[in-house]
Design a protein around this ligand. Sequence first.
Ligand SMILES: Cc1ncc(COP(=O)(O)O)c(C=O)c1O
Length: 204
Amino acid sequence: MPSPAARVATRTSVFTESVIREMTRLAMLHGAMNLAQGYPDFPAPAFIKEAAVFAITSDINQYAITWGSPRLRQAIAAKTRRFYGLDFDPEREITVTCGATEAMMATMLALVEEGDEVIVFEPFYENYVPDAAMSGAKLVFVELRAPDFAVDPEALRAAFSPRTRAIIVNTPNNPSGKVFTRAELARIAALCTEFDCLCITDEI
Ligand SMILES: Cc1ncc(COP(=O)(O)O)c(C=O)c1O
């Protein structure tokens, strides 16, 4: 029996080692080529390094605003407008997080109630399991099959119910590489409207 201090909370007991990290560890152990994890094999561009050095020498060292520096949020709003034609208010509708992992976890914790159903397309990025465990969500899977991983409209509709709180759409998808078509996204949007649920997109 582990000591109380060593025991983990029930909700985290389902956590396993990350498959990506495990594959990286095994590839290093056996000298294998690592196809599990992407690393940049080039240095950061000089202008990024210079900006970091400038921030350090300018004593920009105070707590950041919790939801992201105003200049960064304004730049994100401008990019979203330029690329997607969507207008978001950088003061109220954009939050900066430490990566997509934190964004997904924070979104699930903030919006999903214990026992709510959240639809996920399978195969899926592994972190959605711990996201569900922490937020109390029950994951409902919709399987996509190789080679094209097309969405079966019947299977998608069958996954929705009055208990559905959200659907996670990861496009381009990890691990399949599938990019959801405009028609598929429109179908998902229509079902979200019909069942009054959220679409959480992970577009890393
Ligand atoms: C679909 C998806 N979501 C989230 C992440 C994690 O992103 P981050 O490193 O920004 O936390 C990854 C990383 O590969 C990913 O593929």
